[in-house]
Design a protein around this ligand. Structure first.
Ligand code: SF4
Length: 435
């Protein structure tokens, strides 16, 4: 333990794993708010920041027991129709003045597992994005998926596309979660740790970045398993690890299994902190630094990604069935799911939005403070210019409390997390959103 929150007096009883301002709280779409949104799309984007374009392929060929994403079982027939609807939705946005005056330096195929698609489908969708949106010359291309269905043909197709457009880097995001075969099986992850390692090696051999999800505090996981997971990730040389504490979400198969005693419970809050701190030290010693909301990384691109650096000023265009990370200006939205309903609405030429939030000034100020959970500073002067007051005038009690706990520091220019604040970054941003 080296003072990153582990050995000090604990500022909170439990570590929060979920940030405020998520799709869960957005209001339903109404005639008024959708009209305000479409009027907004008729304006020009004068923010001057690069954005992320994130089409979701909301299908998987199995369901991991912990997963709360709105993905569906994969079938070739529905995937074909879905991709047609996805392109139609993308085109609807691409034809608006707001998006025509926007520039994207990241294209991310997310979901779901885009790796269920064929090589041709992946390249077709990426090419569609290239043809219809202003991608920057140094665009980053990222494609997410599972280790069991990312074969060499798909990886080569993505790599060739990225080379053709001169991408600054190409990243394959892989949901590994753990290299422990017993736990993988329990979570319904289809392949073995050896198979996952083989896919990671293939990705890196092609010169692509491998960024893997690892989860900690899994049912029955010991510190020894955690250490082996972190060691294995570093031994494979992955460029980044998205390192998440497991949250058991309501209505997931895992919740039912834990309740019924079919799988062991997860560790308590002390165990969770211990695992995080131990992994933090291991990553640091291995040359990986904390980046974004949950990543440990050894490549420079992860420290300047527009999805983090630009939050919440830049905007992110997310499309596809059930997607819930899109936001443009004051609007944050969640799309309709399941896929069949999404396809029907898109076919009628309407934006397939189910929930839509129009942020108030207070919401916007709070969202700017949530930069802290993605380890980004809050620029005090920019805040004042935008909202007419400094953050410590908008949130005097919260900032005083966090400073006194040693979790944030403030200077003339900015407010940022301290090293001790890193572990508590979700708790910290809730301080601004509960007051
Ligand atoms: S592969 Fe990813 S998106 Fe699909 S069920 Fe598993 S965790 Fe969820």
């Amino acid at each position: 333990m080296n003072g990153k929150g582990g050995e000090r007096v604990q500022p909170y009883e439990e570590v929060e794993n979920w940030p405020p301002y998520t799709y869960r709280e957005y209001p339903e779409v109404t005639v008024e708010n959708i009209r305000a949104f479409t009027d907004f799309l008729k304006t020009e984007n004068d923010v001057g920041l690069k954005m992320e374009l994130q089409p979701w392929i909301s299908f998987c060929d199995s369901k991991c027991t912990f997963c709360y994403f709105p993905n569906e079982t994969f079938s070739k027939e529905i995937l074909g129709r879905y991709l047609g609807a996805l392109k139609k939705e993308l085109k609807m946005y691409a034809e608006t003045p707001y998006i025509q005056s926007s520039f994207f330096d990241e294209v991310v195929l997310g979901g779901g597992s885009p790796s269920v698609s064929s090589p041709h489908q992946l390249v077709d969708l990426l090419s569609f994005c290239q043809e219809n949106f202003n991608l920057t010359e140094d665009v980053m291309v990222k494609v997410a998926g599972c280790t069991h269905n990312f074969n060499i043909e798909k990886l080569m197709a993505i790599s060739n596309f990225a080379r053709k457009v001169g991408a600054r880097c190409t990243q394959i995001d892989l949901g590994v979660q753990t290299f422990d075969d017993k736990i993988r099986k329990m979570l319904n992850i289809l392949d073995s740790a050896d198979q996952a390692a083989k896919t990671i090696k293939k990705v890196r051999k092609l010169g692509l970045y491998a960024c893997i999800d690892l989860m900690y505090n899994l049912p029955g996981e010991t510190l020894d398993v955690l250490r082996k997971d972190v060691e294995k990730a570093m031994e494979l040389g992955v460029e980044g690890v998205d390192f998440y504490g497991l949250d058991i979400h309501p209505e997931t198969p895992l919740e039912k299994q834990v309740k019924s005693g079919k799988v062991p419970p997860i560790g308590d809050s002390d165990m969770e902190k211990k695992m995080y701190m131990e992994a933090y030290e291991m990553f640091e010693k291995g040359g990986y630094k904390p980046a974004g909301h949950s990543r440990f990384s050894k490549v420079k691109e992860h420290f300047t990604e527009s999805c983090c650096a630009g939050w919440p000023w830049a905007g992110q265009l997310t499309t596809g069935s059930g997607c819930f990370m899109g936001y443009l200006g004051r609007f944050s939205y969640v799309n309709i799911a399941p896929a069949k309903a999404y396809i029907d609405v898109v076919a009628k030429g309407a934006f397939p939005i189910a929930k839509l939030s129009v942020d108030s000034k207070q919401d916007q100020m709070r969202k700017v403070m949530t930069r802290l959970y993605i380890r980004q500073p809050v620029d005090r002067l920019k805040f004042k210019e935008e909202f007419g007051l400094f953050p410590e005038e908008a949130f005097p009690k919260a900032i005083k409390r966090l400073k006194s706990k040693g979790l944030v520091e403030v200077d003339d220019r900015e407010i940022r997390l301290t090293e001790a604040g890193d572990l508590w970054r979700y708790n910290i941003v809730w301080e601004f959103c509960r007051s």
